[in-house]
Design a protein around this ligand. Structure first.
Ligand code: AMP
Length: 143
């Protein structure tokens, strides 16, 4: 299965935040949407990504979230992927790089969507269930 298929099922909407908003606003946006990451864009250009883990790290150091800008807390070297990427290969990338969120970009750099490790695990589960059903039907048919 390719990411294109997963995005068709989960939808292409990606929640973002401006680089000059505070990390407290980012935390509130994450909670409001029940998600774990926000992309940071400027004029359609991907500037960075900020996740719950980045915010937790600041909190552990008692950094005041209301005085800290997203641009200083986000990761700027964003790892991205494409709609053609395969599910298994993408899971490997995320596991190896220890990231749980991956923006999906088209060839011209436009944001096509975002997949989380949870989305990919769910897709794996659906794929495994379909395979099980086929195998069961095959065995019953052969018997
Ligand atoms: P996560 O596991 O997604 O919460 O992210 C763990 C760390 O990796 C955080 O510092 C994130 O900012 C960073 N991170 C998450 N996703 C990406 C990504 N696609 N590219 C680069 N860094 C990322």
């Amino acid at each position: 299965m390719r990411l294109r298929e997963i995005l068709q099922q989960k939808g292409r909407s990606v929640v973002g935040i401006g680089a000059d908003r505070t990390v407290l606003e980012a935390a509130r946006t994450l909670v409001e949407h029940g998600i774990g990451s926000l992309v940071v864009q400027d004029d359609g250009h991907l500037l960075g990504i900020i996740t719950e883990r980045d915010i937790l790290r600041l909190t552990a150091r008692s950094v005041p979230l209301e005085e800290t800008l997203v641009r200083t807390a986000m990761t700027v070297d964003v790892v991205t992927t494409t709609p053609d990427a395969e599910l298994q290969a993408t899971m490997t990338t995320m596991t190896e790089r220890r990231i749980r969120h991956l923006p999906v970009l088209s060839e011209d750099g436009g944001l096509e969507g975002l997949v989380s490790i949870g989305d990919l695990l769910n897709a794996c589960r659906v794929e495994a269930e379909a395979e099980n059903t086929h195998l069961r039907e095959y065995i019953q048919g052969a018997g």
